[in-house]
Design a protein around this ligand. Structure first.
Ligand code: ZN
Ligand code: MN
Ligand code: MN
Length: 275
């Protein structure tokens, strides 16, 4: 699941272990601001030693929400690229394996303009990578002007970038469904995964965000629901969790917390459906 880093960053490992996770996702800093404070050396060491001690991972970092890597506005774009490059540096220090990024919005200037910006943002960030850290492109729900809701587009972004081997894909099940890729029966899960294999290639897929969808197929809306309680439903998740490719991957819950369920209950449900 996605765990909090409140206090110091190493506490995220404790929270993940306490929650009985075998992999987890964090924001390495405040996700709702631009200001970043440097990582404390001792915190970094503690984080890494706790990971080793509990043998938990891979660890996934999610980029903060504000950056728009496809923005046509110069100032905003430059700030966004800087944030991504900074995140590569933080994850390198923390020995985190994956950074999941949102692909941003071209704000109405069109897909081609967005693609240029996006590739231009990825290049300086991937140039900074040493070792096996990867930046994972997260598929989007298909909101207006957003980049990367179609498999073809994800493939194109990887192909156009200068260091394609340092990129990969994170598929979010809610976003897939909202973008029109059906997942609510075993037949549709199979078809969607075959389509992905055909267009993008399964070797690019590194992480799955496991969320049900509050809205219908092709709604274009990014609204997460508890596992099995949305349109994908229990049958869909059972099929997804038994899919041979998906089964091998780190799965991260980004489900809501409300009076109906918390993270623990969604984890329990997921493990139940995956049996
Ligand atoms: Zn995301
Ligand atoms: Mn997601
Ligand atoms: Mn989402």
């Amino acid at each position: 699941m996605h765990v909090s880093i409140a206090g110091t960053i190493d506490l995220a490992v404790d929270r993940a272990v306490e929650s009985n996770c075998d992999t987890f996702q964090i924001f390495t800093r405040n996700p709702r601001g631009w200001k970043v404070s440097n990582l404390d050396h001792e915190e970094v060491e503690k984080f890494k030693s706790k990971l080793r001690q509990h043998n938990i991972g891979p660890v996934v970092s999610h980029m903060p929400y504000l950056p728009n890597l496809s923005s046509p506005k110069d100032d905003f774009y430059e700030k966004s690229v800087e944030a991504l490059v900074g995140e590569v540096e933080r994850c390198t220090l923390l020995k985190i394996q994956y950074i999941v990024i949102h692909l941003g919005s071209h704000l109405g200037l069109g897909r081609d303009a967005g693609l240029k910006r996006l590739v231009g943002a990825l290049n300086p960030a991937t140039a900074k990578i040493k070792g096996d850290l990867k930046i994972l492109l997260e598929n989007t729900a298909g909101q207006a002007n957003s980049m990367g809701s179609k498999f073809e587009e994800l493939r194109e972004i990887i192909d156009k970038s200068r260091h394609p081997k340092r990129l990969g894909i994170c598929l979010d099940s809610c976003h897939l469904y909202a973008a029109g890729y059906d997942l609510h029966t075993s037949k549709s899960v199979k078809a969607t995964m075959e389509r992905f294999e055909e267009i993008v290639g399964v070797e690019e897929l590194k992480v799955i965000h496991l969320n049900d969808s509050k809205n219908g197929l092709g709604s274009g809306l990014d609204r997460h629901e508890h596992i099995g309680m949305g349109y994908i439903g229990e049958e869909g998740f059972r099929a997804l969790l038994h899919h041979p490719t998906v089964r091998e991957l780190p799965l991260i819950l980004e489900t809501p917390i409300d009076e109906r369920r918390d993270d623990q209950e969604n984890l329990k449900m997921t493990r139940e459906l995956g049996k």
